[in-house]
Design a protein. Structure first.
Length: 734
């Protein structure tokens, strides 16, 4: 399948949609002269996007606008502070509501009034109109524009949210696209971060992070987002700085109060802090004294109530397994239940798992205990549901695995479990108040998770199936692609919760394996091929029945699904093609991942049998399996290179860093010496098992000494890997 002209720059959209069609009614956008800065940006988007899809220039004018005129479209963007004459007037809408009121005129004329209850919701009305006309803000750097605007019979509506608070956590302690390198050079970090903020407006989020004042300045506040403050009491994980210093002569209370006041300092042109977020844990896997922890939580709640009343406070209940603490007798992360109700809690599940079904991750069997805790605590405090859309370290994106279907199903499953307990008003102090999505990168179709989850959090009547159908509806053969994704979802819901399947699809590295040795269980890990040589016959039978047979079926099915999407590719227009190719490539590489793992372990098993029989001819024959694994790796690399050509961000923010033969690691503002898709680029999680398999046939590789170091300070766990010599690996066949 030829891959020419797969990514279409925005200039093409201008040429493609401004065609010689029949003349549409003229459009004029009216707005107050002193509109809110964020609303002015939304109005600029309204004009430019309408010109792309309306096949005609769009005029602008100040209020007041004329009454309904035949054959003309007049759009009145009033915001939250003006009436139709442009005079000051508060809208009779709640802070997060917006309205669109339409009057139909003769000969296709329309008079449309857009209002909101706040600067943010006023902008949501603008983007709702554009989405109604067919625009889709799928990705902060890649918008879908339809070939023409299709005006519906009626636009009139009033909308408000299901979850009162909605946001995405761009996890920039991972070197994701929004994390600037220490030396950004000519990178347009200002543009990337501002477009991320814009995207959060368009998706009706009520808060935003993922930006730096160094690049984006006060832009988030200009768009209408609130100001948030944050700190860590003890945590130094992933390069974090902690507030509490045991060598500081001040008391803990004095140190905490000083940290709060530093975060709350007034800044000219910036709103006051309205939310404080903090962590009380030393790391994800270590704990502090439970009585000290409850005392700290209580002090923060009391201090904020006394010194900064009205500020919302949130801490975290992290999904790491733990035994009951010595004094309170509950899991360490459950301790906020003993703090004042003013402290809201972000309940944090991990990866694509949900609150109910199996979740073999971070030492857990499932997260049902977090569901129980949430249902017990929501009558006493605000709860923010805090799941993930991607994790990436050794699990999903750098492999890469296409997990959008199963992740979206899980995000919907959680909403179904929680929606009967949602807070009903912005001033509610209890209930399931918000939805906060952890995101760590958006390529390989992961943007679809963020996009659809945002819409489900806004309106819980929207299902993930609805959102996927809306997305595929923009593509040629969309019904078939939607059907494929539904079939993939049904399969992934079972397969990806089975640790004996998933361990052979995800990645592993030295650090993760050493962490497991010291009791830190991230996720199911594959055994090294050398271990298979020592398997008993019973263990081999178990491996085949529980894992390898499943991998064989997965490879066949995903190839079939990729073939089905591939059949639609010749039908895609040039602006549809990038989206369809991305789905195809995700399915195809998933099939190859299963094939590759199957080749590695079948080869190891063949070598085991040959050695047991002392049959050197069979050993030589088994070695051909290594070439099969490497051939599959090359086929997968071809897909990776094609995807890299369509990444929405430059190499410096996606794939560079610590590649063998390159002059050193990239210096990130994180602890990682590479970008989050660097190992994808290097095919690290394919080449590593290839190399491990190669050593079994006498190929040389580095001897790696692993140094484990547990730091007393902050009880943080750090693991360093030192490659201290290179030699041929000597295999003792025993």
């Amino acid at each position: 399948m030829q891959r020419s002209k797969r990514f279409v720059p925005i200039s093409f959209f201008v040429a493609a949609v401004v065609c010689g069609c029949s003349s549409p009614p003229p459009v004029t956008v009216y707005a107050p002269e002193d509109a809110h800065p964020g609303l002015r940006i939304a109005i600029e988007d309204l004009v430019s996007d309408l010109e792309l899809i309306h096949d005609a220039p769009v005029d602008t004018a100040e209020l007041p606008a004329p009454e309904c005129l035949p054959g003309e479209i007049h759009l009145l963007v009033l915001g939250h502070e003006h009436d139709e004459d442009g005079n000051s007037s508060e809208a009779e809408l709640d802070e997060q509501e917006f309205s669109i009121e339409e009057t139909l005129c003769r000969r296709g004329g329309r008079r449309v009034v857009l209002r909101g209850g706040s600067p943010l919701s006023s902008q949501w009305a603008v983007y709702d109109l554009l989405m109604t006309l067919g625009v889709r803000y799928f990705h902060p750097e890649h918008t879908w524009y339809p070939p023409e605007a299709k005006w519906p019979e009626s636009l009139s509506k009033i909308e408000g949210p299901s979850f009162m608070r909605r946001s995405m956590s761009a996890h920039r302690t991972h070197p994701i696209e929004l994390s600037a390198p220490n030396d950004p050079g000519e990178l347009d970090m200002e543009g990337y971060q501002k477009r991320w903020i814009d995207w959060n407006v368009k998706l009706r989020q009520s808060a935003v992070n993922g930006w730096d004042s160094e690049f984006a300045g006060t832009y988030a506040y200009e768009r209408g987002f609130p100001r948030m403050a944050s700190f860590r009491l003890l945590n130094t994980q992933q390069g974090g700085e902690r507030v509490l210093d045991p060598d500081d002569p001040r008391s803990e209370e004095e140190q905490i109060a000083a940290a709060i006041e530093e975060e709350f300092q007034p800044v000219e042109g910036v709103p006051d802090v309205s939310e404080l977020h903090f962590q009380f844990n030393p790391s994800e896997f270590t704990e502090a004294d439970d009585e000290d922890t409850v005392r700290r939580l209580t002090f923060i709640a009391d201090y904020i109530e006394a010194e900064h009343p009205g500020v919302s406070i949130y801490t975290i209940n992290h999904g790491t397994h733990g035994e009951p603490t010595p004094n309170y007798g509950v899991r360490f992360y459950d301790l906020p239940q003993f703090a004042p109700g003013a402290i809201g809690v972000k309940v944090h599940t991990l990866m694509f798992y949900d609150l109910e079904r199996p979740a073999p991750v971070y030492g857990n069997e499932d997260f049902s205990y977090l569901l129980d805790w949430t249902l017990e605590q929501h009558p006493h405090r605000r709860i923010l549901h805090y799941p993930e859309s991607s994790w990436w370290l050794t699990f999903d994106l750098p492999v890469p695995l296409y997990l959008a279907p199963v992740t979206l199903e899980a995000r919907r499953h959680d909403i179904d479990l929680l929606q009967d307990y949602l807070s009903e008003a912005l001033d509610d102090e209890t209930g399931i108040y918000g939805h906060h999505l952890f995101t760590s990168g958006q390529e390989w179709g992961y943007w679809l998770i963020d996009y659809c989850t945002a819409w489900m959090a806004w309106d819980t009547s929207i299902t993930h199936t609805d959102c996927i159908a809306d997305f595929t509806g923009t593509l040629a053969g969309g019904d078939r692609i939607a059907s494929v994704l539904q079939e993939v979802e049904e399969r992934q819901v079972t397969d990806m919760r089975d640790p004996e399947i998933i361990r052979y699809l995800v990645g592993s590295d030295d650090e993760t394996e050493v962490a497991l040795d010291v009791g830190i269980d991230f996720h199911p890990l594959p055994p090294g091929p050398a271990r298979v040589l020592d398997y008993t016959d019973e263990a081999v039978a178990g491996l085949r029945s529980s894992s390898l047979d499943a991998l064989r079926a997965i490879a066949a099915d995903y190839h079939e699904w990729a073939d089905a999407v591939e059949e639609t590719l010749p039908k895609q227009s040039e602006w549809q093609a990038p989206w369809a190719w991305e789905i195809h490539d995700g399915l195809r590489i998933f099939a190859l991942r299963a094939e590759h793992s199957l080749a590695v372990y079948e080869t190891a098993l063949s070598l085991r049998d040959a050695l047991a029989a002392s049959d050197m001819a069979a050993v030589s024959e088994a070695a051909t399996g290594l070439e099969v694994a490497r051939d599959i790796t090359e086929r997968a690399k071809t897909i990776v290179r094609a995807r890299e050509a369509e990444y929405r961000y430059p190499d410096e923010l996606t794939i560079v860093g610590d590649e063998p033969g390159e002059p050193g690691a990239i210096q990130n503002a994180t602890i990682y010496p590479y970008r989050y898709l660097s190992r994808t680029h290097r095919m690290f999680y394919w080449e590593r098992p290839n190399d491990q398999l190669g050593t079994l046939f006498g190929e040389g590789m580095e001897t790696v000494r692993v140094e484990r170091r547990i730091l007393e300070e902050g009880d943080a766990v750090e693991i360093s890997i030192l490659a201290d010599e290179v030699s041929d690996l000597r295999i003792d066949w025993g």
